[in-house]
Design a protein around this ligand. Structure first.
Ligand code: PGA
Ligand code: ZN
Length: 401
């Protein structure tokens, strides 16, 4: 029933106005799945390779599509993804592009779900899926590679940990985002938005901390539940490997100073989540920081692990971080993403499913987060390609309860 009968690939727009790969997978009994690849800006050094969309499409049409059509069953994700890997023949999808691979992989999953008449989260998660729903991490202020002339820290995130349900959590994040705008206006600070829809004012990190803390307190008083504070430092982008220091606008910090700085921030702002606080090559420093604050917060590896089981295994070995960011396009297939989550879970690491800075209206990550019982899902707070995921989470919660 789920034998793949056609795979169609096309270029569509992403949220930065760049072309990205969209895939349609059709099956024998009329099953249909459509998915599009996202795209990063602060990409990790060890990510699978994204090729220009037209090249990725041409290469996938030549190498991968003939292997799938009439051969693969969309309901058998491991088979589809193994064929994609075999068709590519490299470790990093540099032939067909991780963008083509992930679009086809996700579209096949949706076609498999379609044939079953099941929502994607149910198809992916199965009957043993847990009852919990992921808490959306909302990016409310940011800079780094996502905006020019803004904060050094890439993302100031809010996490409505006390929200009674997904919808309240989603609205709380949007409310903090709105409150930040009001505070900026009161202070006469003009601000555009960064790639993920977060405010990107020309302020320093210290002011951003104060601003977000203030906005969180106001919204907490209003909604009556706890809203946590988190960060994506994206420290690899700040790190100067030659000098061995993290370069901030107003100062530099060596590795020990960076560890102290982050540990102090965790204590001062009671951070519930800290992503990529250190360089993507420095497992040792990650391990030291995890040792110091890992009991009270999630230290998450994004550029560090790039959804890659080999890199995660190394992290587990060294005690680096206690959670992993899951971005299917960093590794190329849903199977690889599931394997990373499984390895993480077996070793007591949490998995946090995430969008990219360049996104489409695709909602696969919302389903993936629910299917895998992720404690958090990173989706941004507002903006069409972000609200697509958030609204899907609300629908899934509505569906599943
Ligand atoms: P990216 O950023 O999608 O630009 O890589 C998101 C992140 O670092 O989490
Ligand atoms: Zn990140």
């Amino acid at each position: 029933m789920t034998l793949v009968t056609d795979v169609r690939l096309r270029r569509v727009l992403d949220s930065r106005g760049n072309p990205t790969v969209e895939a349609d997978v059709l099956t024998e009994s009329g099953g249909f799945g459509r998915a599009a690849a996202p795209s990063g800006a602060s990409t990790g050094e060890y990510e699978a390779i994204e090729r220009p969309a037209n090249e990725a499409i041409a290469a996938a049409r030549e190498r991968a599509v003939p292997r799938l059509v009439g051969e693969a069953y969309a309901g058998n994700q491991r088979e589809v993804d193994a064929l994609l890997r075999a068709a590519d023949g490299t470790d990093d999808f540099s032939e067909i592009g991780a963008n083509s691979a992930v679009a086809i992989s996700m579209a096949a999953a949706k076609a498999g779900a379609d044939v079953l008449g099941a929502p994607l989260f149910q198809h992916l998660g199965g009957a043993f899926r847990g009852e919990n729903f992921p808490i959306p991490l909302g990016n409310v202020v940011g800079g780094g590679e996502h905006a020019t002339d803004a904060t050094d820290i890439q993302e100031f995130l809010v996490a409505p940990v006390g929200a009674p349900n997904v919808a309240d959590a989603v609205f709380a994040n949007a409310a903090v985002h709105g409150e930040v705008a009001d505070l900026l206006e009161e202070r006469g600070v003009p601000s555009g938005k960064g790639d993920e829809g977060a405010w990107a004012p020309s302020i320093d990190d210290a002011e951003a901390f104060e601003l977000v803390e203030h906005a969180v307190e106001t919204v907490e008083a209003d909604v009556g539940f706890e809203i946590g504070f988190g960060l994506d430092v994206a420290a690899a982008e700040l790190y100067d490997a030659d000098a061995g220091v993290y370069e901030y606008s107003d100062t530099t910090r060596d590795t020990d100073e960076q560890i102290d700085y982050i540990a102090d921030l965790v204590a001062e702002y009671d951070l519930v989540y800290v992503e990529d606080p250190l360089d993507e090559n420095d497992y040792e420093a990650f391990a030291e920081l995890t040792d110091r604050v890992g009991e009270r917060t999630l230290i998450c590896g994004d550029d560090l692990f790039v959804t890659n089981t080999d890199r995660l295994a190394e992290g587990i070995e060294q005690g680096a971080a206690n959670s992993i960011l899951i971005k299917p396009n960093q590794i190329g297939t849903l199977t690889d993403a599931f394997d990373a989550i499984e390895l993480a879970t077996r070793n007591g690491y949490e998995s946090v499913v995430s969008h990219r800075s360049g996104e489409t209206e695709d909602t696969t990550i919302a389903h993936l987060a629910v299917a895998t019982d992720a404690p958090y899902v990173k989706t941004g707070a507002v903006g069409g390609e972000r609200t697509a995921k958030l609204n899907e989470l609300i629908r899934i919660a509505d569906d599943a309860t």
